[in-house]
Ligand binder design. Sequence first.
Ligand code: C2E
Ligand code: CA
Ligand code: CA
Ligand code: CA
Length: 274
Amino acid sequence: AKDAGGNQTSVYDVSYSTELEKRYEIERELREAINGEGLELYLQPQMSATGSLLGVEVLIRWFHPEKGMISPGDFIPVAEQTDLIVDLGKWIVRHALLEIKRLPAPLTLAINISPRQFRKYDFVYCIERALEDSGADASRLVLEVTENLFVDDTNDIVLKMKALQQSGVQFSIDDFGTGYSSLSYLRKLPLQELKIDQSFVQAIDNAEQRTIVDSVMAIAKNLGLRIVAEGVETEAQAHYLAGRDQDVVLQGYLFDKPLAIEAFHQRYLSDTKH
Ligand code: C2E
Ligand code: CA
Ligand code: CA
Ligand code: CA
């Protein structure tokens, strides 16, 4: 509500500047974390319908010395407003690629790439450099991008994707179905995978909304792409998805939440179970 009186300091101004201050603080501390410590990569397993491990998605975690764990939902959007996301993205790519070699072949590793990071002129170079430096097999790397990467400048984006695809890198559309997308342009993109957004997976529980996931899966099949369902939390959801497509890849709390790297290795890759 507007302050009609002579006092210029409204409640709105106060909360606005507090919001700004908070954002600057996150930016400053995140920059420190990138150059120091506090950032950690977590891995969430991606499973076949028959229960074997196919790969992982890398999800960033920030452990703040005083505030504890800050979730990516709170700092990725802040980082995305400036080129901080580019430096953060480089940190993530560099560290994540080292993990490919620690995963037995042919397990894949998926990384989330922000549009702003992708649009940088040297993005292709950065990925190729990191692949070279890490010695990782490019064909086991999956880059997850969202539909809003393609709202403008599509030609440049497609050229970059094709350049990376030449090296073997795979591409996935994350949160598929939640953004703007037309079948005709999806067909032009060098894609291997669509990730069905978790809201559609949750909708499986509702008999009336179930048809949404059917449609999204039909689109993916139509395009000849691998389907990853994310946010799978129940046996019923997994069973339904597998019934629709036996090759569906499943990811979600039903199997595991994102795990610290060492915990992931212990649980999924050590011969002796503890
Ligand atoms: P996203 O890429 O869509 O990742 C999926 C999110 O769902 C993750 O949240 C994951 O922990 C969570 N999740 C996984 N399984 C389940 C489930 O069964 N149920 C529910 N309710 N949630 C599940 P997280 O890790 O908090 O990440 C949130 C978002 O932050 C990500 O959404 C992604 O957009 C962004 N993000 C995370 N890590 C990175 C990163 O390394 N780089 C970039 N650019 N963005 C990242
Ligand atoms: Ca993702
Ligand atoms: Ca997603
Ligand atoms: Ca999401």
